[in-house]
Design a protein around this ligand. Sequence first.
Ligand code: NDP
Ligand code: MG
Length: 388
Amino acid sequence: MTQTIKNIAIIGSTGSIGTQTLDIVRQYPDRFKVNVLAAGSRVKELIEQARIHRPAVAIIADADKYAALHDALSPLGIETAAGSAAIADAMERDDFSTVVTATVGYSGLEPTIRAIRAGKDIALANKETLVVAGELIDSQLKKSSSQVLPVDSEHSAIYQCLVGEDPLTVDRLIITASGGPFRNHTKAQLAGVTVADALRHPNWSMGNKITIDSATMMNKAFEIIEARWLFGIGADRIEPVVHPQSIVHSMVQFCDGAVKAQLGIPDMHLPIRYALGDATRIVSHERRLTIEDYADLTFYRPDMSKFPCLGLAYSAMEQGGSAACTINAANEVAVAAFLDGRIGFTDIYHIIERTRLVTTFVSQPDYDDYVAVNSEARAKAAEIIKSL
Ligand code: NDP
Ligand code: MG
Protein backbone atom coordinates (compact mmCIF):
# COMPACT_ATOMS: atom_id res chain seq x y z
CA MET A 1 0.00 0.00 0.00
CA THR A 2 1.41 3.42 -0.83
CA GLN A 3 1.57 5.78 2.07
CA THR A 4 0.59 9.41 1.70
CA ILE A 5 3.01 11.81 3.35
CA LYS A 6 1.61 13.93 6.17
CA ASN A 7 2.93 17.49 6.20
CA ILE A 8 3.44 18.90 9.65
CA ALA A 9 4.39 22.08 11.51
CA ILE A 10 6.32 22.03 14.79
CA ILE A 11 6.24 25.00 17.14
CA GLY A 12 8.97 24.61 19.72
CA SER A 13 11.13 22.44 17.43
CA THR A 14 14.35 23.01 19.40
CA GLY A 15 13.00 21.69 22.71
CA SER A 16 12.65 18.24 24.21
CA ILE A 17 9.36 17.33 22.48
CA GLY A 18 10.33 19.22 19.31
CA THR A 19 13.60 17.33 18.81
CA GLN A 20 11.95 13.97 19.59
CA THR A 21 9.27 14.78 17.00
CA LEU A 22 12.03 15.44 14.47
CA ASP A 23 13.61 12.06 15.34
CA ILE A 24 10.35 10.46 14.26
CA VAL A 25 10.14 12.52 11.08
CA ARG A 26 13.67 11.36 10.24
CA GLN A 27 12.82 7.74 10.99
CA TYR A 28 9.69 7.71 8.80
CA PRO A 29 10.46 9.84 5.72
CA ASP A 30 7.76 8.00 3.76
CA ARG A 31 5.13 9.17 6.29
CA PHE A 32 6.07 12.62 7.58
CA LYS A 33 7.53 15.84 6.21
CA VAL A 34 8.07 19.05 8.18
CA ASN A 35 7.07 22.21 6.36
CA VAL A 36 7.06 24.69 9.24
CA LEU A 37 9.68 24.86 11.98
CA ALA A 38 9.34 27.45 14.75
CA ALA A 39 11.43 28.01 17.87
CA GLY A 40 11.94 30.55 20.63
CA SER A 41 15.54 31.78 20.57
CA ARG A 42 17.98 28.92 19.90
CA VAL A 43 18.76 30.05 16.37
CA LYS A 44 21.79 27.80 15.76
CA GLU A 45 19.74 24.68 16.51
CA LEU A 46 16.88 25.93 14.35
CA ILE A 47 19.21 26.56 11.40
CA GLU A 48 20.69 23.08 11.77
CA GLN A 49 17.22 21.52 11.85
CA ALA A 50 16.19 23.48 8.76
CA ARG A 51 19.33 22.36 6.88
CA ILE A 52 18.41 18.75 7.56
CA HIS A 53 14.63 18.87 7.13
CA ARG A 54 14.28 21.60 4.46
CA PRO A 55 10.96 23.07 5.66
CA ALA A 56 9.17 25.67 3.54
CA VAL A 57 9.57 28.19 6.38
CA ALA A 58 11.58 28.57 9.60
CA ILE A 59 10.44 31.09 12.20
CA ILE A 60 12.18 32.38 15.32
CA ALA A 61 10.12 34.07 18.05
CA ASP A 62 13.10 36.16 19.21
CA ALA A 63 13.34 38.91 16.56
CA ASP A 64 16.96 39.71 17.54
CA LYS A 65 17.97 36.37 16.04
CA TYR A 66 16.27 36.98 12.71
CA ALA A 67 19.28 38.20 10.72
CA ALA A 68 21.26 35.04 11.52
CA LEU A 69 18.32 32.84 10.52
CA HIS A 70 17.70 34.71 7.28
CA ASP A 71 21.37 34.79 6.26
CA ALA A 72 21.77 31.05 6.82
CA LEU A 73 18.55 29.84 5.22
CA SER A 74 17.71 32.18 2.37
CA PRO A 75 20.54 30.76 0.16
CA LEU A 76 18.79 27.39 0.60
CA GLY A 77 15.48 28.81 -0.60
CA ILE A 78 13.89 28.48 2.85
CA GLU A 79 11.53 31.29 3.81
CA THR A 80 12.24 32.91 7.20
CA ALA A 81 10.28 35.06 9.62
CA ALA A 82 10.46 36.30 13.21
CA GLY A 83 8.15 37.10 16.10
CA SER A 84 5.20 35.45 17.82
CA ALA A 85 2.74 36.98 15.35
CA ALA A 86 4.58 35.29 12.47
CA ILE A 87 4.27 31.92 14.24
CA ALA A 88 0.54 32.44 14.74
CA ASP A 89 0.12 33.60 11.10
CA ALA A 90 1.94 30.50 9.87
CA MET A 91 -0.86 28.37 11.29
CA GLU A 92 -2.95 29.46 8.30
CA ARG A 93 -0.53 28.17 5.67
CA ASP A 94 -1.88 25.47 3.40
CA ASP A 95 1.30 23.38 3.28
CA PHE A 96 0.65 21.32 6.44
CA SER A 97 -2.28 19.56 8.06
CA THR A 98 -1.05 18.87 11.63
CA VAL A 99 0.76 21.08 14.08
CA VAL A 100 2.77 19.68 16.97
CA THR A 101 2.44 22.24 19.77
CA ALA A 102 5.78 21.69 21.49
CA THR A 103 6.27 25.22 22.74
CA VAL A 104 6.31 25.87 26.46
CA GLY A 105 3.79 27.78 28.59
CA TYR A 106 1.31 30.45 27.57
CA SER A 107 3.06 30.97 24.20
CA GLY A 108 1.14 27.95 22.88
CA LEU A 109 -2.28 29.54 23.20
CA GLU A 110 -2.48 31.92 20.25
CA PRO A 111 -0.99 29.60 17.59
CA THR A 112 -3.21 26.74 18.79
CA ILE A 113 -6.35 28.85 18.47
CA ARG A 114 -5.27 30.05 15.03
CA ALA A 115 -4.53 26.46 13.97
CA ILE A 116 -7.95 25.28 15.13
CA ARG A 117 -9.62 28.12 13.23
CA ALA A 118 -7.67 27.05 10.14
CA GLY A 119 -8.92 23.44 10.55
CA LYS A 120 -5.52 21.96 11.38
CA ASP A 121 -5.17 18.87 13.53
CA ILE A 122 -3.34 19.47 16.79
CA ALA A 123 -0.80 17.02 18.24
CA LEU A 124 -0.98 18.65 21.64
CA ALA A 125 2.09 18.64 23.88
CA ASN A 126 1.59 22.19 25.19
CA LYS A 127 -0.81 21.37 28.03
CA GLU A 128 -0.72 24.98 29.25
CA THR A 129 -3.02 25.90 26.35
CA LEU A 130 -5.79 23.77 27.87
CA VAL A 131 -4.96 24.93 31.38
CA VAL A 132 -5.21 28.60 30.43
CA ALA A 133 -8.22 28.46 28.15
CA GLY A 134 -9.68 24.96 28.05
CA GLU A 135 -13.24 26.17 27.79
CA LEU A 136 -12.47 28.45 24.86
CA ILE A 137 -10.48 25.77 23.04
CA ASP A 138 -13.31 23.30 23.63
CA SER A 139 -15.86 25.66 22.09
CA GLN A 140 -13.54 26.45 19.14
CA LEU A 141 -13.07 22.74 18.46
CA LYS A 142 -16.83 22.19 18.33
CA LYS A 143 -17.00 24.71 15.46
CA SER A 144 -13.98 23.31 13.61
CA SER A 145 -12.95 20.22 11.66
CA SER A 146 -9.76 20.01 13.78
CA GLN A 147 -9.08 17.10 16.04
CA VAL A 148 -6.77 17.12 19.03
CA LEU A 149 -4.48 14.16 19.60
CA PRO A 150 -2.72 14.19 22.96
CA VAL A 151 1.06 13.90 23.09
CA ASP A 152 1.34 14.04 26.88
CA SER A 153 2.06 10.42 27.88
CA GLU A 154 -0.77 10.16 30.45
CA HIS A 155 -3.36 11.54 28.04
CA SER A 156 -2.10 9.40 25.20
CA ALA A 157 -2.49 6.41 27.54
CA ILE A 158 -6.06 7.39 28.44
CA TYR A 159 -6.88 7.98 24.78
CA GLN A 160 -5.55 4.50 23.95
CA CYS A 161 -7.61 2.96 26.79
CA LEU A 162 -10.75 4.66 25.50
CA VAL A 163 -10.51 3.36 21.93
CA GLY A 164 -13.55 1.20 21.24
CA GLU A 165 -15.29 2.13 24.50
CA ASP A 166 -18.58 3.95 25.03
CA PRO A 167 -17.65 7.24 26.81
CA LEU A 168 -20.77 6.85 28.97
CA THR A 169 -19.27 3.72 30.55
CA VAL A 170 -16.23 5.56 31.97
CA ASP A 171 -16.23 5.83 35.77
CA ARG A 172 -12.89 7.52 36.42
CA LEU A 173 -9.56 8.41 34.93
CA ILE A 174 -6.50 7.43 36.98
CA ILE A 175 -3.54 9.62 36.08
CA THR A 176 -0.18 8.25 37.14
CA ALA A 177 2.58 10.51 38.46
CA SER A 178 6.21 9.61 39.06
CA GLY A 179 6.11 11.81 42.15
CA GLY A 180 9.19 13.66 40.90
CA PRO A 181 12.58 13.80 42.59
CA PHE A 182 11.14 14.76 46.00
CA ARG A 183 8.42 12.20 46.49
CA ASN A 184 10.14 10.84 49.59
CA HIS A 185 11.17 14.22 51.02
CA THR A 186 9.62 15.58 54.19
CA LYS A 187 8.05 19.05 54.17
CA ALA A 188 11.10 20.40 55.99
CA GLN A 189 13.47 18.91 53.41
CA LEU A 190 11.43 20.40 50.55
CA ALA A 191 12.10 23.92 51.83
CA GLY A 192 15.83 23.47 51.31
CA VAL A 193 16.06 21.81 47.88
CA THR A 194 18.24 23.41 45.20
CA VAL A 195 17.59 24.08 41.51
CA ALA A 196 20.00 21.27 40.59
CA ASP A 197 18.08 18.84 42.85
CA ALA A 198 14.76 19.84 41.29
CA LEU A 199 16.08 19.45 37.74
CA ARG A 200 17.15 15.85 38.43
CA HIS A 201 13.97 14.03 37.41
CA PRO A 202 14.19 10.32 38.22
CA ASN A 203 12.53 8.95 35.05
CA TRP A 204 12.00 11.56 32.33
CA SER A 205 14.36 13.90 30.49
CA MET A 206 12.35 17.05 29.68
CA GLY A 207 12.62 20.82 29.36
CA ASN A 208 13.42 22.80 32.53
CA LYS A 209 9.97 24.29 33.11
CA ILE A 210 8.06 21.00 33.04
CA THR A 211 10.79 19.36 35.13
CA ILE A 212 10.23 21.92 37.90
CA ASP A 213 6.45 21.50 37.47
CA SER A 214 6.97 17.75 37.99
CA ALA A 215 8.93 18.39 41.18
CA THR A 216 6.16 20.58 42.66
CA MET A 217 3.51 18.24 41.17
CA MET A 218 2.00 21.28 39.46
CA ASN A 219 2.51 19.26 36.29
CA LYS A 220 0.01 16.70 37.58
CA ALA A 221 -2.45 19.47 38.47
CA PHE A 222 -2.13 20.77 34.91
CA GLU A 223 -2.63 17.26 33.57
CA ILE A 224 -5.86 16.87 35.55
CA ILE A 225 -7.14 20.09 33.95
CA GLU A 226 -5.84 18.93 30.56
CA ALA A 227 -7.73 15.63 30.94
CA ARG A 228 -10.90 17.42 31.99
CA TRP A 229 -10.97 19.30 28.66
CA LEU A 230 -9.61 16.54 26.43
CA PHE A 231 -12.01 13.87 27.62
CA GLY A 232 -14.98 15.95 28.85
CA ILE A 233 -14.91 14.38 32.33
CA GLY A 234 -15.39 16.32 35.57
CA ALA A 235 -12.28 16.84 37.68
CA ASP A 236 -14.00 14.97 40.54
CA ARG A 237 -13.64 11.80 38.44
CA ILE A 238 -9.96 12.33 37.61
CA GLU A 239 -7.59 11.00 40.24
CA PRO A 240 -3.82 11.18 40.46
CA VAL A 241 -1.88 8.18 41.77
CA VAL A 242 1.86 8.09 42.43
CA HIS A 243 3.61 5.36 40.46
CA PRO A 244 7.36 5.83 40.89
CA GLN A 245 8.40 3.49 38.06
CA SER A 246 6.57 5.47 35.30
CA ILE A 247 5.70 2.28 33.42
CA VAL A 248 1.89 2.45 33.65
CA HIS A 249 1.23 5.73 31.85
CA SER A 250 -2.38 6.05 33.06
CA MET A 251 -5.59 4.05 33.47
CA VAL A 252 -9.33 4.19 32.95
CA GLN A 253 -11.86 2.49 35.18
CA PHE A 254 -15.22 1.57 33.64
CA CYS A 255 -18.72 1.14 35.07
CA ASP A 256 -18.30 -2.66 35.41
CA GLY A 257 -15.19 -2.15 37.56
CA ALA A 258 -12.70 -3.10 34.85
CA VAL A 259 -9.50 -1.06 34.67
CA LYS A 260 -7.58 -0.62 31.40
CA ALA A 261 -4.02 0.67 31.41
CA GLN A 262 -1.39 1.50 28.82
CA LEU A 263 2.18 0.54 29.66
CA GLY A 264 5.55 1.35 28.15
CA ILE A 265 9.02 2.55 29.03
CA PRO A 266 9.23 6.24 29.91
CA ASP A 267 9.95 7.52 26.40
CA MET A 268 7.96 10.21 24.61
CA HIS A 269 8.64 8.81 21.13
CA LEU A 270 5.70 6.40 21.46
CA PRO A 271 3.00 8.96 22.31
CA ILE A 272 4.39 11.41 19.73
CA ARG A 273 4.33 8.69 17.05
CA TYR A 274 0.80 7.64 18.02
CA ALA A 275 -0.44 11.25 17.77
CA LEU A 276 1.33 11.91 14.46
CA GLY A 277 -0.09 8.68 13.09
CA ASP A 278 -3.67 9.78 13.90
CA ALA A 279 -4.01 7.31 16.77
CA THR A 280 -2.77 4.34 14.75
CA ARG A 281 0.08 1.96 15.55
CA ILE A 282 3.25 2.51 13.56
CA VAL A 283 5.87 -0.24 13.64
CA SER A 284 8.83 0.74 15.82
CA HIS A 285 12.11 -1.04 16.49
CA GLU A 286 13.11 1.23 19.38
CA ARG A 287 13.75 -0.14 22.85
CA ARG A 288 10.48 -1.49 24.22
CA LEU A 289 9.02 -2.63 27.50
CA THR A 290 9.91 -6.09 28.76
CA ILE A 291 7.41 -6.37 31.58
CA GLU A 292 9.24 -9.33 33.13
CA ASP A 293 12.05 -6.92 34.07
CA TYR A 294 9.72 -5.11 36.47
CA ALA A 295 9.06 -7.15 39.58
CA ASP A 296 7.55 -4.21 41.44
CA LEU A 297 5.07 -1.77 40.01
CA THR A 298 3.79 0.26 42.93
CA PHE A 299 0.99 2.80 43.34
CA TYR A 300 -0.11 5.05 46.18
CA ARG A 301 -2.15 8.17 46.80
CA PRO A 302 -0.21 11.46 46.63
CA ASP A 303 0.30 13.55 49.76
CA MET A 304 -1.61 16.73 48.93
CA SER A 305 -0.32 18.54 52.02
CA LYS A 306 3.29 17.98 50.96
CA PHE A 307 2.52 18.93 47.35
CA PRO A 308 -0.16 21.64 47.66
CA CYS A 309 0.16 22.63 43.98
CA LEU A 310 -1.69 19.41 43.15
CA GLY A 311 -4.83 20.63 44.91
CA LEU A 312 -4.85 23.76 42.75
CA ALA A 313 -6.26 21.66 39.89
CA TYR A 314 -9.45 21.01 41.84
CA SER A 315 -9.90 24.51 43.21
CA ALA A 316 -9.26 26.01 39.76
CA MET A 317 -11.81 23.70 38.13
CA GLU A 318 -14.34 24.44 40.84
CA GLN A 319 -13.90 28.18 40.46
CA GLY A 320 -13.83 27.94 36.64
CA GLY A 321 -13.56 31.09 34.48
CA SER A 322 -10.09 32.60 34.47
CA ALA A 323 -8.85 30.84 37.64
CA ALA A 324 -6.56 28.35 35.91
CA CYS A 325 -5.21 31.07 33.61
CA THR A 326 -4.08 33.02 36.69
CA ILE A 327 -2.53 29.93 38.26
CA ASN A 328 -0.64 29.13 35.07
CA ALA A 329 0.70 32.69 34.72
CA ALA A 330 1.80 32.90 38.35
CA ASN A 331 3.40 29.47 38.09
CA GLU A 332 5.38 30.44 34.98
CA VAL A 333 6.73 33.56 36.70
CA ALA A 334 7.48 31.70 39.95
CA VAL A 335 9.20 28.78 38.20
CA ALA A 336 11.38 31.22 36.21
CA ALA A 337 12.30 32.98 39.49
CA PHE A 338 13.14 29.65 41.14
CA LEU A 339 15.32 28.64 38.18
CA ASP A 340 17.11 32.02 38.48
CA GLY A 341 17.75 31.40 42.16
CA ARG A 342 15.54 34.33 43.27
CA ILE A 343 13.06 32.28 45.35
CA GLY A 344 12.98 28.97 47.19
CA PHE A 345 11.21 25.83 46.00
CA THR A 346 8.30 26.03 48.45
CA ASP A 347 7.76 29.73 47.62
CA ILE A 348 6.34 28.68 44.25
CA TYR A 349 3.01 27.56 45.73
CA HIS A 350 2.69 30.61 48.00
CA ILE A 351 3.35 33.01 45.13
CA ILE A 352 0.61 31.33 43.10
CA GLU A 353 -1.89 31.54 45.95
CA ARG A 354 -1.07 35.18 46.70
CA THR A 355 -1.33 36.06 43.00
CA ARG A 356 -4.78 34.44 42.86
CA LEU A 357 -6.01 36.67 45.67
CA VAL A 358 -5.07 39.91 43.90
CA THR A 359 -5.75 39.14 40.24
CA THR A 360 -9.04 40.05 38.55
CA PHE A 361 -11.33 37.03 38.20
CA VAL A 362 -13.43 36.77 35.03
CA SER A 363 -16.23 34.21 35.23
CA GLN A 364 -16.89 33.89 31.47
CA PRO A 365 -13.68 34.94 29.77
CA ASP A 366 -13.26 35.46 26.04
CA TYR A 367 -9.87 35.43 24.33
CA ASP A 368 -9.11 39.07 25.21
CA ASP A 369 -9.94 38.39 28.86
CA TYR A 370 -7.44 35.53 28.97
CA VAL A 371 -4.79 37.80 27.46
CA ALA A 372 -5.54 40.50 30.06
CA VAL A 373 -5.68 38.09 33.03
CA ASN A 374 -2.42 36.46 31.93
CA SER A 375 -0.64 39.85 31.81
CA GLU A 376 -2.12 41.02 35.08
CA ALA A 377 -1.27 37.81 36.93
CA ARG A 378 2.32 37.90 35.62
CA ALA A 379 2.78 41.48 36.79
CA LYS A 380 1.26 40.71 40.20
CA ALA A 381 3.38 37.58 40.65
CA ALA A 382 6.51 39.56 39.73
CA GLU A 383 5.61 42.23 42.34
CA ILE A 384 5.05 39.58 45.01
CA ILE A 385 8.43 38.01 44.23
CA LYS A 386 10.15 41.41 44.50
CA SER A 387 8.52 42.01 47.86
CA LEU A 388 9.79 38.73 49.35
P1 NDP B 1 11.51 22.73 26.20
O1 NDP B 1 11.81 23.84 27.14
O2 NDP B 1 12.50 21.64 26.06
O3 NDP B 1 11.23 23.34 24.76
C1 NDP B 1 10.38 24.41 24.55
C2 NDP B 1 10.38 24.80 23.10
O4 NDP B 1 9.54 25.93 22.92
C3 NDP B 1 11.77 25.22 22.57
O5 NDP B 1 11.86 24.85 21.22
C4 NDP B 1 11.71 26.73 22.69
O6 NDP B 1 12.58 27.40 21.81
C5 NDP B 1 10.27 26.97 22.28
N1 NDP B 1 9.74 28.25 22.70
C6 NDP B 1 9.85 28.86 23.91
N2 NDP B 1 9.18 30.03 23.89
C7 NDP B 1 8.65 30.16 22.66
C8 NDP B 1 7.87 31.14 22.02
N3 NDP B 1 7.48 32.26 22.64
N4 NDP B 1 7.46 30.93 20.75
C9 NDP B 1 7.85 29.81 20.09
N5 NDP B 1 8.59 28.84 20.63
C10 NDP B 1 8.99 29.02 21.90
O7 NDP B 1 10.09 22.15 26.63
P2 NDP B 1 9.51 20.68 26.47
O8 NDP B 1 9.76 20.18 25.10
O9 NDP B 1 9.93 19.87 27.62
O10 NDP B 1 7.96 20.94 26.66
C11 NDP B 1 7.16 21.51 25.64
C12 NDP B 1 5.69 21.36 26.02
O11 NDP B 1 5.38 19.98 26.03
C13 NDP B 1 5.36 21.90 27.41
O12 NDP B 1 4.08 22.45 27.39
C14 NDP B 1 5.38 20.65 28.29
O13 NDP B 1 4.53 20.75 29.39
C15 NDP B 1 4.87 19.60 27.30
N6 NDP B 1 5.29 18.24 27.58
C16 NDP B 1 6.62 17.92 27.57
C17 NDP B 1 7.04 16.62 27.84
C18 NDP B 1 8.47 16.24 27.74
O14 NDP B 1 8.78 15.05 27.86
N7 NDP B 1 9.39 17.15 27.52
C19 NDP B 1 6.07 15.58 28.19
C20 NDP B 1 4.70 16.01 28.13
C21 NDP B 1 4.34 17.29 27.85
P3 NDP B 1 14.11 27.80 22.20
O15 NDP B 1 14.62 26.71 23.05
O16 NDP B 1 14.74 27.89 20.85
O17 NDP B 1 14.05 29.09 22.90
MG1 MG C 1 2.74 13.99 31.30
